[in-house]
Design a binder for this molecule. Sequence first.
Ligand code: PHE
Length: 451
Amino acid sequence: MANSVSQRDSFSGKYGFIAAAAGSAIGLGNIWKFPYITGVYGGSAFIIVYLICILLIGLPVMLSEISVGRRAQKGVFGAYKTLAPGTPWFFSGYMGIAAAFLILSFYGVVAGWTMEYVVKALAGSFTGKNPDQISAMFGDFIGQTARPIFWQVGFMALTCFIVIAGIKNGIEKYSKILMPVLLVILLMLCLRSVTLDGASKGFEFLFKPDFSKLSGEAILAAMGHAFFSLSLGMGTLVTYGSYLKKTESLAPLAGQITIADTVIALLAGIAIFPAVFAFGIEPAAGPGLVFVTLPNVFAQMPLGNIFCILFFSLLAIAALTSSISILEVVVAHLVEDFKVSRKTATLMMTLVITLFGIPSALSFGSLSDLSIFGLNFFDLADHIASNFLLPLGGLCISLFVGWKMARKDVADELSNSGAVKIAYLPVFLFLARIVAPIAIATVFLHGLKII
Ligand code: PHE
């Protein structure tokens, strides 16, 4: 049987899974998005709400996803079909696939920007430029037509190449090499940023809370970002969990991925904000924060250009280990449920998602006047996916594990059929049944201005 469990590709073990899942979680969300939304929503008060979301919602939803995937040995759509046959639960699998589609469409665009910046750094384009010139370079680049699309296509081709190679020889192999390097570079950047003159104001911004700036919208954004950053709500971890061996203990894995993701986001904040303040740039500078601030930091550093090349390469790499996980959600669906070959499924979906992403690539140039609900195409795709589809997907999976699955099945999966102790089970079930769903629903309805 082509799809029998024994023939199913899998991670080689615990470290392969952690590298791939942390690779998925750690991405543009941590290094590009977290710092700029922290800037937009007023700094550390936002971070505190974000951390609460991670703990009360992120962690239980993550554990739910991994257990569902491993139990069913299927991607997000097939998992619901397998564990709850003949019920409408599979709709939430469709929602996950739609979210994957939308997210990858704009994710590939920003990842493409990082590749342009590698080339710019290699050419020494930032050397000797002042902050205004560096800022203008970014605006000029994203306002163009051909270049952003060129890089988006290039990045998507790389993503496609890895996903075609499969789980062990593609996703796991590349994640294991690339993630440790990312950490080392980020630590070096933090060290440089905190030793700049005027860095302390950045720390104040990051760590001294001002709750007066917290709005309902900020709380919705914090929750949406918790889902986005941990790769939750669309079945990435259901899919990765389905490639995990039955002997691995799930709760420690979920804990390690969550900690790694959160630490990297905070480190990115530390690498960026002290530098932002040291150079007198507005912290709420928006999506351009990383592309404007960091080249400025590098311009001031001894051997800065080398750091600049490394940083943007590694940002591209972090994006790559995330984008492969997003593409895998869609590919797994075609392979498992339509019996399409991995190669055909990957090529087809890469093509369709790339085409769908082109309006996002043009959102800062020729399509910048196009406004749907007051947002450009890029922001709209991000907003629908991060603030709606992901939280809804998270709500579904926690309700599924909390209420639909039998308690004994949940316990069986988490304990590896009794092999490991799961003293945390009542707390986990309380979070999955009550806390996470109520929190998600409240924030969500409040964000929609319904309550
Ligand atoms: N977690 C990734 C990041 O922070 C993005 C992502 C979202 C990946 C959803 C998979 C699923 O960049």
